[in-house]
Design a binder for this molecule. Structure first.
Ligand code: GLA
Length: 735
């Protein structure tokens, strides 16, 4: 063992440029990345490679860092002494399990060994950035590991940069964002599977020896079948209020992959990154391959605390205008589809005003002349107002909105094209499509090749033209309804392996330009429902559309899933006519837990229903400090009961609001009190049911009574009933 070990040491020592004083003197080089609650500790081993020695609750004493060992978790097979938890394990090394990085060098060699060079720490917005430089001793390959620790939010964001100075390009076959290791008795993965109208469905399974992979190969509507986030429970399946939980999410709008591997001695490694599927990336000398950011938190009190930390982080650092207010709106999609004209829209704008919302949002169907957009078969790509439908164009619509007293927003899907469009006729080479095979279509459309800078200019031009000609446009809903089909780029030529990656980077280049020129225009991210929901895209978007499924029963589950990672203000929810067996109150109450909107014809509503909606809009605005910007507590899970309850507490703990739902209770089911959370135990709160249907009285037994926070958290409130599909909103105000 010793001889192999010293051979490795001397190989590292040979490369004087990166041999540190530490390696020569035997001093230990420990790198601590800390939030207020969590420590991630890395250490340069005696062989000058970088290892994770700890990830868990923050250690009280600095001196204890020296008790951690770089090889403490090594496999029992100690004859291979360099084995341990290498911070960014590489292919071809002695680790034998899944690596983070796979490189084929320009001479065909497929091994990479990374040695520590140096590291720095400096303050950045909200936290501390640690950069650690690593380098191969035999090939001029550099990797920089980046970690930003946000102390207050207990969040760590990590990504890697890969570059080289070899004579010819190298091939990257694996390029993970990071690698994390755990040594715990059990690992329980919660995944979020999805499909159109079935987003964020949660299920848990135990991880045992071997690999579990969650990935997507859809390219553009990339999160349609699974979302880029996961949870791992270490004491059993994740729980809301107990246990150590890892919650991680990747900021990448394209193909992603999470690999979870339990090794021969029962350690777990978690490897998040871009999915390298069909994406062997040719990296030129001097170019830097920057991976997406992996954002994670470790909670020691279940997923509830983890979510609240992520929500705080998102509002401060993750979302476009995360601290700002959100606009309520009336959308026309579920109401009119593509069947409207200028007069109909002008009437809807007046309805929006009457409803009390801030904005009217015009959806699909407003563009195309040679191939008018009457349905989803034609017109995508031709972003000019359909003249016979909208003779005054967007300008007249902005004016009509102004006259009505609301703002005007508009739907676009600028990354896509229908073959029946002038754009396709003019630029067939701008489209991702096979030159020598039959084309298959998803929603009758194809994806524009955003790896091509000319196409980027075109897509930016769509937004730029609308806003230059109509500065009054106040909002965009940016949709993406197709995965990448027929993967082939005429632009990429012999670099097809880069398309999935460069296409997404092309989208970010466009979004960067939009954000630079129009920093204050809010935008909704949409992808045939919620198939785009990641924190890289959300740097450019104020909110995302969770699902085309607006049945409120389904929405309770969908919102429950997304709320694990996103604050309410990032999640758009609209009241529609879906599932009319539920009341308008029920539908509105469910949508009011997120960024509230409506997509319903007001003429279809009874007077009392309309009055209810108007009241709800006003109340929603009043309750913003709790619902949009406060702390969320998921009190009763629809997955575990016939009810659901969610509570939002404002940051000063002076007010709170509880949304309680009876879904399908059994006959005379035993109803349990709902114990509240997050209140000030010493304060007295007035408890009151709000948002009652006009003319009805509260049957809430504790209505208008006062209780201490202590009582409300220990004894609770009787929020549930045995009715089906009924809802109740209860406000608490401190006295
Ligand atoms: C997608 C969106 C919907 C709507 C339609 C329009 O399906 O998710 O909200 O905008 O496109 O075609």
């Amino acid at each position: 063992m010793k001889s192999l070990f010293s051979a490795i040491l001397s190989a590292a020592a040979l490369s004087a440029s990166f041999t540190t004083a530490q390696a020569q003197t035997g001093e230990r080089n420990i790198i601590r990345i800390s939030t207020d609650n969590t420590d991630l500790v890395l250490e340069v081993g005696p062989n000058n490679r970088l290892y994770q020695t700890y990830l868990g609750p923050r250690l009280m004493f600095e001196s204890d860092l020296h008790n951690l060992s770089w090889s403490q978790h090594a496999a029992s097979d100690v004859s291979v002494s360099a084995r341990g938890w290498e911070a960014y394990s590489t292919s071809g090394n002695e680790d034998f399990f899944e690596p983070a990085l796979g490189i084929t060098h320009s001479d065909g060699n497929m091994t990479t060994y990374l040695y520590y060079v140096d590291s720095t720490q400096k303050p950045v917005d909200g936290g501390t950035l640690t950069r650690i430089n690593l380098r191969d001793d035999r090939y001029p390959v550099d990797v920089t590991l980046n970690y930003v620790a946000y102390p207050k939010e207990n969040v760590i964001k990590t990504w890697s940069e890969i570059s080289h100075r070899e004579k010819k390009p190298v091939s990257l076959s694996q390029y993970a964002s990071a690698m994390l290791y755990f040594n715990e008795p059990e690992y329980w993965l919660t995944e979020f599977s999805s499909d159109w109208a079935k987003e964020a469905m949660m299920s848990s399974q135990k991880l045992q020896f071997g690999k579990k992979v969650i990935d997507t190969k859809l390219g553009s509507r990339a999160a349609m079948h699974t979302h880029p986030f996961f949870e791992i429970g270490f004491d059993g399946p994740v729980e809301e209020n107990n246990g150590k939980v890892l919650m991680g999410t990747l900021g990448w709008t394209g193909n992603f992959r999470f690999t979870f591997e339990v090794d021969n001695v029962g350690n777990l490694r978690v490897i998040p990154g871009i999915n390298p599927y069909a994406s062997i990336y040719q990296l030129k000398a001097g170019d830097v391959f920057t991976t997406p950011e992996f954002i994670f938190t470790l909670s020691y009190d279940g997923t509830g605390q983890g979510s609240r930390d992520l929500h705080d982080w998102a509002r401060r650092y993750g979302l476009k205008d995360g601290q700002g207010e959100r606009m309520t709106l009336l959308n026309n999609w579920e109401n009119t589809g593509c069947d409207f004209n200028q007069d109909i829209l002008a009437e809807l704008m007046k309805e929006a005003k009457h409803l009390g919302v801030d904005m009217f949002l015009l959806d699909d169907g407003w563009f195309g002349n040679k191939y008018p957009r009457k349905d989803d078969h034609a017109g995508l790509g031709d972003w000019e107002e359909t003249r016979d439908k909208l003779p005054g164009g967007i300008a007249a619509l902005v004016k009509a909105a102004d006259d009505a007293g609301v703002k005007f927003g508009i739907w676009i899907e600028p990354e896509m094209v229908n073959p029946r469009s002038e754009l396709y006729e003019k630029h067939p080479d701008w489209v991702i499509e096979q030159p020598n095979r039959d084309t298959y279509y998803y929603r009758n459309q194809l994806v524009l090749d955003l790896s091509n800078p000319k196409v980027q200019d075109h897509v930016f031009g769509v937004v730029d033209r609308i806003l230059t000609e109509n500065p009054g446009v106040a909002y965009f809903k940016w949709d993406c309804n197709s995965p990448i089909t027929n993967i082939y780029s005429p632009y990429a030529k012999d670099r097809q392996g880069q398309l999935y990656v460069d296409h997404i980077r092309g989208i970010y280049k466009v979004l960067d330009r939009v954000k630079d020129k129009y920093p204050d225009v809010p935008m909704m991210l949409c992808s045939g429902g919620g198939a785009r929901c990641d924190y890289e895209a959300l740097k450019y978007f104020t909110e995302f559309w969770c699902s085309d499924n607006t049945d409120p029963i389904e929405r309770i589950y969908i919102q429950w899933g997304f709320s694990q990672f996103f604050p309410s203000k990032a999640m758009a929810a609209h009241v529609t006519n879906s599932n009319k067996s539920t009341s308008v109150k029920f539908r509105t109450d469910v949508a009011a837990m997120c960024k509230l909107g409506f997509d319903i014809g007001l003429k279809e509503l009874q007077d009392d229903e309309l009055a209810y909606c108007r009241k709800a809009v006003a109340e929603w605005k009043r309750l913003q400090p709790a619902v949009m910007d406060g702390d969320m507590f998921r009190l009763v899970s629809p997955y575990k009961s016939n009810h659901a309850a969610v509570e939002y507490v404002d940051k000063s703990k002076s007010s709170a609001v509880v949304f309680a739902y009876d879904l399908a209770p059994r006959f005379q089911e035993k109803l349990n009190a709902v114990k509240l959370q997050g209140l000030d135990p010493d304060k007295r709160y007035l408890v009151k049911e709000i948002c009652l249907m006009p003319g009805s009285e509260s049957l809430f037994p504790q209505d208008n009574k006062t209780y201490t926070g202590d009582y409300l958290m220990k004894v609770g409130i009787d929020a549930f009933t045995c009715s089906h599909n009924s809802s109740r909103i209860i406000e608490l105000k401190s006295l």
